[in-house]
Design a protein around this ligand. Structure first.
Ligand code: FES
Length: 387
């Protein structure tokens, strides 16, 4: 290879040229046998970001109406000895096979990171209408069932160099799961910020973890929880929806807002927080919640090109392309299911899709890459998976 030596002194250039030849010689003569050395940095990276973790269910806790917490520990029989550490607010993606389908679903870890050190994760699952996986967990999963899960992932966590020391956490329904993990971590001394949780639900029975939240709040003056009921009048709680005035009561000079719950909650909070002129960096949404629920029964043909095969499956207008593939038993790489993580990124060969992920990058749209988890068909579609 000729080097371009323009702009470099003659002697330096010659030395560089010789060095390059020397290096080429050394590389050419060196052994192809991998060096048997383990680097500490790689070991730490593997421990924090394992490709897969194998777990089994050791306890199932009823959390009230149609909600259960599953306690998971490593399944050492298939090689997982230690669960990866996580940041409160992160999720794992769990793989399940139901009838002919292969599904991956993200669930927020609902315990303290301290539990991960003791090799325990908990995930809390609420039944969703038409939710194949949530219904399967609530009705079928039993003690000692085994699963493969991803490493902890997701960006909905407190970051001291970005977030304010006063956090207002706004939760709706089962959107409390990341905050129970943060609350535990505050009490365990792992996180250090003041958090006020404004927790809205339809009725008292819809509050998850209420007893646990109240106990945690008693243990730390960094934590307080305010409950709001929207469809029930009860003298023990505020009634209505979370309002600007309620939020304002807990604000100081600089505040971070973490919001997690159904789509209407995000819409309402966006409007309220606009009025406070809060910089964007202080407003965090949990991407796992607030999913778009489209209607439409039109049936299209989906052709999937993968591993040299061409697979044809049906896909309804209201189903994401990823969901149709899962139902059709196609193994996919997916984690977040909301267009955030990029794990399902695939090439759109032909057809029209409706994307609900506004954040699709310019390069992806120019070269026709889509996130099938966030794309609905509007015609027959052909896509190519990355593997
Ligand atoms: S699964 Fe995360 S972007 Fe599709």
């Amino acid at each position: 290879m000729e080097l371009n030596l323009k702009g470099i002194g003659e002697k330096d250039g010659q030395a560089l040229k010789n060095m390059s030849k020397e290096r080429e010689k050394v590389i050419h003569n060196s052994s192809t046998t991998p060096i048997n050395v383990k680097f500490a940095a790689n070991e730490v990276a593997d421990a924090l970001h394992p490709t897969v973790q194998h777990v089994k269910v050791v306890d199932i806790i009823e959390e009230g109406q149609d909600t259960k917490t599953f306690v998971l520990v490593p399944n050492v029989d298939v090689g997982t000895k230690k669960l990866a550490y996580f940041r409160p607010g992160q999720y794992i993606s769990i793989r399940v096979e139901i009838e002919d389908g292969i599904y991956n679903r993200p669930y927020t870890i609902s315990c303290s990171p301290k539990n991960a050190n003791d090799n325990i994760y908990t995930i809390t699952i609420k039944r969703r209408p038409r939710g194949i996986v949530s219904n399967y967990f609530l009705d079928e999963v039993k003690m000692d069932d085994k699963f493969a899960i991803s490493a902890p992932t997701g960006n909905f966590y407190y970051e001291p160099i970005r977030d304010a020391k006063n956090v207002i956490a706004i939760a709706g329904g089962s959107g409390i799961t990341p905050f129970i993990s943060m609350a535990e971590a505050i009490v365990d001394g792992i996180l250090d910020f003041k958090m006020t949780i404004l927790y809205g639900a339809r009725s008292e029975n819809d509050f998850l973890f209420k007893k646990r939240l109240d106990e945690l709040a008693k243990k730390s003056n960094l934590l307080q929880v305010k409950y709001i009921l929207s469809e029930e009048v009860n003298p023990n709680y505020e009634t209505g929806f979370i309002t600007k005035e309620m939020i304002e009561k807990y604000m100081v000079n600089e505040n971070s807002f973490f919001v997690c719950g159904p789509t209407p909650l995000y819409e309402a909070m966006n409007e309220i927080l606009k009025e406070f002129s809060i910089p964007n960096k202080y407003i965090r949404h949990d991407a796992l919640f607030g999913r778009v629920d489209l209607r439409g029964n039109d049936l299209y043909n989906l052709t999937v090109l993968t591993k040299g095969e061409e697979i044809h499956i049906p896909c309804r207008a209201r189903e994401t392309i990823l969901y149709a593939m899962e139902k059709g038993g196609i193994e996919t790489t997916s984690r977040c299911h909301v267009g955030e993580c990029g794990f399902c990124r695939s090439k759109l060969i032909s057809g029209k899709v409706k994307i609900f992920d506004d954040d699709i990058c310019a390069a992806d749209s120019e070269f026709a890459y889509i996130h099938p988890c966030a794309a609905f068909p509007e015609s027959d579609v052909v896509i190519e998976l990355p593997f």
